[in-house]
Design a binder for this molecule. Structure first.
Ligand SMILES: *[C@@H]1O[C@H](CO)[C@@H](O)[C@H](O)[C@H]1NC(C)=O
Ligand SMILES: *[C@@H]1O[C@H](CO)[C@@H](O)[C@H](O)[C@H]1NC(C)=O
Ligand SMILES: *[C@@H]1O[C@H](CO)[C@@H](O)[C@H](O)[C@H]1NC(C)=O
Length: 378
């Protein structure tokens, strides 16, 4: 049995051992397919986990699978929410920093979003696994029993209420473990945004009810509390990203305060950041920007996906491509829909590359000075 496992795991383990610890995080679980038997074996070899996380991994290998899928859900939602932006939440395959090392180094708005959405993904995923009965130590919310009450009156708790408390608690223990080791400004920022992510899931619960009573009169209701679709959480956090608050360390170095006195204090649900973002126009490893050359843009849109904004004024190339779509769909009795395939020529616009070649660009695009005024560990 052991030999069988090693045989399967050796290539992975060897690869994992070569990944540097400093630039890696638990987000890397999003790129590994864990299986229940394998989890315990490889806890020690997954890069990016701190000691507390390895312990949790060893004690709860079943939850690790949910954490991995939660991280994937977070990444996918991040890419959906930012699909029309210059920064599009791209990840790097087989790189334990996942979003690029810069995400761990620069306390930008984008980093704030990434921490919040991945933390939210983990809460959502663990909670869902509890309800599905996939985890040993949790199930539907045991406190949602007996009589409940909402604006329409009394109801009976029934069915399966999502155990958001268990999901949030486990996610907090696991996700926050990395930040609990140091208390610098960046750690405080991460903790705040991780919590904002958990809160976002907690805020998006809805009461679902089934009616009983004479001819569906709904005099008797059975209700349960369910998490909303993760898309809603993504949309909510996206709006928090737009309204994120710039913060800095207070004088005592014990907490974060708002950087601009005219702005309101962030609530626990707000995202916070302390370094400004690059414009993401050019490829620059130092700032974690991939640049937008080659990105598709929309000629008629005035938004961020419009060619003017997306291409940063560099202009765009246009080519005609043959596009296949489903069309003339007809409903057939009963019950399926049959479509034709139509092809049409459409114009596709992609952003031009900057005029200089890559070598020139490096020297022209001199490294920006960063002010690590508030970060004692630059
Ligand atoms: C994000 O943009 C980069 C180029 O800037 C592109 O290579 C990549 O495919 C995009 N990713 C997604 C998920 O759209
Ligand atoms: C381009 O933008 C316009 C205006 O916002 C929109 O109506 C159209 O659907 C977009 N086209 C594509 C291909 O996304
Ligand atoms: C960065 O800071 C150094 C020293 O403060 C200064 O000499 C240099 O001009 C700055 N570079 C940029 C790009 O601002």
């Amino acid at each position: 049995m052991a030999k069988f496992h090693l045989g399967i795991l050796t290539p992975l383990v060897v690869f994992l051992l070569f990944v540097a610890e400093v630039d890696s995080t638990w987000w890397f679980l999003s790129q590994i397919q864990l299986s229940a038997v394998g989890a315990r074996v490889i806890c020690d070899n997954i890069p990016g986990l701190v000691r507390k996380q390895r312990q949790l991994c060893q004690m709860h290998p079943d939850v690790m699978i949910s954490i991995g899928s939660g991280a994937r859900v977070g990444v996918k939602e991040c890419q959906f929410q930012f699909r029309n932006q210059r920064w599009n939440c791209s990840t790097i395959d087989r790189d334990a920093s996942v979003f690029g090392k810069v995400m761990l180094k620069i306390g930008s708005r984008e980093a704030a979003f990434v921490y919040a959405i991945s933390s939210a993904g983990v809460v959502h995923s663990i909670t869902r696994s509890c309800s599905k009965g996939d985890l040993l130590n949790c199930a539907c919310d045991p406190l949602k029993r007996g009589i409940g009450r909402d604006i329409k009156g009394e109801f009976t708790w029934g069915g399966c209420s999502d155990n958001i408390r268990y999901g949030s608690d486990f996610a907090r223990k696991f996700v926050d473990a990395r930040e609990r080791r140091e208390r610098d400004a960046r750690a405080l920022m991460n903790l705040h945004n991780n919590r904002a992510g958990r809160k976002a899931v907690q805020k998006h619960m809805k009461l679902e009810c089934k009616c009983h009573g004479v001819s569906g009169s709904c005099t008797i209701r059975t209700c349960w509390l369910a998490m909303m679709d993760f898309r809603r959480v993504g949309e909510y956090l996206r709006s928090r990203y737009n309204g994120a608050t710039e913060v800095m360390m207070n004088q005592e170095g014990s907490g974060l305060i708002v950087a601009n006195k005219n702005h309101k204090r962030p609530t626990r649900s707000d995202l916070v950041y302390f370094e400004s973002s690059p414009d993401y126009c050019l490829n620059d490893e130092d700032t974690g920007s991939l640049g937008t050359s080659g990105r598709q843009c929309n000629k008629t849109s005035l938004g961020t996906d419009g060619c003017d904004i997306m291409c940063c004024g560099r202009g765009y190339d246009t080519r005609r491509v043959l596009k296949t779509t489903k069309c003339e769909c007809k409903f057939h009795w009963c019950c399926y829909v049959k479509c034709q395939e139509c092809t049409e020529w459409v114009d596709e616009h992609t952003c031009k590359a900057p005029k200089t070649d890559t070598r020139n660009k490096r020297s022209m695009n001199h490294r920006r000075n960063r002010t690590f005024l508030i970060n004692p560990h630059p």
